[in-house]
Design a protein around this ligand. Structure first.
Ligand code: G6P
Length: 613
């Protein structure tokens, strides 16, 4: 994620840039910065913290430059700090760059630049970009008469990964150069001034006319002119689009709510979580973990500790860890774990999951394990968050900022990351046949497109939501990982629709809850494990006999006629099936809440991050 803004015109750039960043804070908010050009020099003002802090930086209000670039950061490489904030400059301060995305081969490029005498001030991947531009500016074989554009093009040619980039230079004080690949970037056109942003809302109050940049397209943006070039720097015309959004819907990229946007982001957030951690035929890579085969062979149990949705992701992760690593895993609620003297010693590995990394109980539970000699791993979505500063090791989901209180994309990314971690441990331990791990890898790589298939048609779920949104109670049933996802589906429903709901292991139904089933009570069954199909169908049959209205989410061939509604989802390994089966459950909770006219993103009494006990 991260948000970027650019301005070139006749007005002071700084207030326009900061104003733009403020409306992009939903893309990231751990540090911010701007760069402008004054007296033939680049001036950079940046710091850790939210965009508003920029107003307090020394001298920022006196900047008169009428060209500038700006950035609000969501850390991926390097903790949130002043040094790691954007913009970054090259060593001779000829080029300033802001960047959204991840440069996957930055280590190699950094080594190359160091060998050419360049030095680095930050831990970021981004800092290689201005230095590469400078390198090519001085040493490149230029392919265009605009040496600035040509140097950017040569530098970008070396980058692997994703990027939206803006560059300014005092040697070319009237131009912003922009380019993108797999990361959004728009150019806004106005009269005698032009704008750039990673997203439309940042500049919607200045113009409604936009060019939407495509991958590998370059833009040269000056006060009165916007020129576009293809990857060979051949100039061409682009169509201007008129966008009549209001600012708040634009932030949500046209989605009505952040929750819906985040549900639909899941193909991409899962892709980001997988990142370059593995590919087929190659072992998993966890540079950020120093866990050896000897250590793993010495432990006798794993605890997964978390709260809310993160804890339910842990329940799904338990199955895959136990199956692949043959180590017993206990999943615990952080607020319980911390007060019940859990049996922990140096033979215990404790994994803590927290999207925000700020949940008080989860942090306290982690400190307790450390005191008792256990190794701790934090799984978080927020780089530099409190929990990652306490843990022995931290690994990140990279799902991008999650704004809606009800967690969706963080949950699927947590399960994916736990599964990759389990494969890594199993590869070290040799605890699982390699062909089984290979099959799971292939299934994980297919998850983004399978999630997309579910998202492509939501009509059945919307129909069902319309029929049941006035209900007072609902039940979710499943066995194995389907039970884990039933718990998450039930939590989603409670959180945003305020309907009472319970999730039960389907086999447990007869031991009490079945007494609550009467005419028209809604029961949602999840059936994805081939071995348990018949048993799960029998359990649902028991509630149908008692008048229940049923919805079944399944990837198996089941007799549709038995049930009121059936939602078919793609097949995958049952240990990761919650990543797919949760999608209809998230959508169901969402559409029920909408039918009731509730505030989906900010449900009553709930907070996104619970920093108190
Ligand atoms: C709150 C949120 C939940 C979240 C839980 C744990 O209750 O409303 O959505 O699952 O905290 O948050 P964490 O940031 O630790 O994952």
């Amino acid at each position: 994620m991260c948000g970027i803004v650019g301005y070139v015109g006749t007005k002071k750039a700084t207030p326009i840039l900061i104003n733009g960043l403020l409306s992009l804070e939903y893309r990231g908010y751990d540090s911010a910065g701007i760069a402008t050009i004054e007296n033939k020099k680049i001036i950079v003002k940046k710091d850790k913290g939210r965009v508003n802090n920029l107003y307090n930086l020394d001298g920022i209000n006196n900047l008169n430059g009428t060209i500038g670039i700006a950035h609000t950061r969501w850390a991926t490489h390097g903790k949130p700090s002043k040094e790691n904030s954007h913009p970054h400059m090259d060593n001779s301060q000829n080029f300033a760059v802001v960047h959204n995305g991840i440069i996957e081969n930055y280590r190699k490029l950094k080594d190359f630049l160091i060998s050419k005498g360049y030095s680095f001030l930050s831990e970021t991947d981004t800092e290689v970009i201005p230095n590469l531009i400078d390198y090519y500016f001085k040493n490149g074989v230029h392919i265009h008469e605009d040496k600035f554009l040509s140097s950017v093009k040569l530098a970008v040619g070396d980058l692997e990964g994703s990027y939206a980039i803006e560059v300014i230079s005092p040697l070319f004080p009237d131009e912003i150069i922009v380019v993108r690949k797999n990361s959004p970037l728009v150019v806004g056109k106005a009269n005698g001034e032009n704008f750039v942003a990673s997203d439309i809302p940042a500049i919607l109050s200045y113009t409604k006319n936009f060019y939407l940049l495509d991958d590998n397209e370059f833009g040269v943006v000056s006060k009165d002119n916007i020129k576009f070039f293809d990857n060979n720097l051949k100039q061409y015309e682009k169509n201007l689009k008129n966008i009549e959004w209001d600012a708040s819907s634009a932030e949500k990229e046209g989605f009505e709510d952040f929750m819906l946007k985040e549900i639909f982001e899941q193909p991409n957030s899962i892709r980001e979580t997988i990142g370059s951690r593995f590919s087929l035929g190659k072992p998993c890579v966890f540079d950020d973990l120093d866990i050896s085969k000897e250590y793993l062979s010495s432990i006798n149990k794993i605890y997964i500790v978390a709260c809310g949705t993160a804890m339910y992701a842990g329940l799904a992760g338990k199955t895959v860890l136990e199956k692949l690593c043959k180590i017993p895993v206990t999943v615990d609620i952080a607020s319980e774990f911390r007060y019940r003297n859990p049996l922990i010693d140096d033979k215990t590995l404790c994994i803590y999951i927290s999207q925000s990394g700020e949940t008080a109980d989860t942090i306290a539970a982690l400190k307790l394990a450390k005191l008792n000699g256990a190794k701790t791993i934090a799984i978080s979505n927020v780089i530099g968050s409190s929990i990652t500063r306490e843990a022995d090791y931290s690994i990140y989901t990279h799902a991008g900022p999650e704004i809606a209180v009800a967690s969706t994309k963080a949950y699927t990314s947590q399960i994916v990351l736990l599964s990759i971690l389990a494969m890594h441990f199993a590869e070290l331990l040799g605890s699982c046949p390699l062909n089984e791990i290979e099959n799971l890898k292939s299934d994980i790589l297919d998850l983004p497109s399978k999630v997309q298939t579910i998202l492509d048609d939501t009509t059945k779920i919307q129909d069902f939501a319309k029929q049941v949104y006035t209900q007072k109670d609902m039940f979710f049933l499943g066995r194995g990982t389907d039970y884990a996802v039933a718990l998450e589906g039930s939590l989603k429903l409670k959180e945003i629709s305020y309907i009472h709901s319970e999730a039960y292991a389907a086999g447990e139904l007869k031991h009490g809850p079945i007494a609550l089933i009467e005419n028209n009570v809604v029961v949602i069954g999840i059936i994805t494990d081939e071995k348990l199909v018949e048993k799960s169908i029998s359990n649902l049959q028991e509630v149908i006999t008692r008048g229940a209205k049923t919805l079944v989410i399944t990837n198996q061939n089941i007799p549709n006629s038995h049930f009121d509604f059936v939602i078919n989802i793609p097949k995958t390994d049952s240990v990761i099936s919650p990543v797919l089966s949760v999608i209809p459950l998230q959508l169901l909770a969402y559409y029920i809440s909408k039918n009731k006219g509730l505030d989906v993103d900010k449900p009553r009494n709930l907070a996104k991050s619970v920093t108190v006990e």
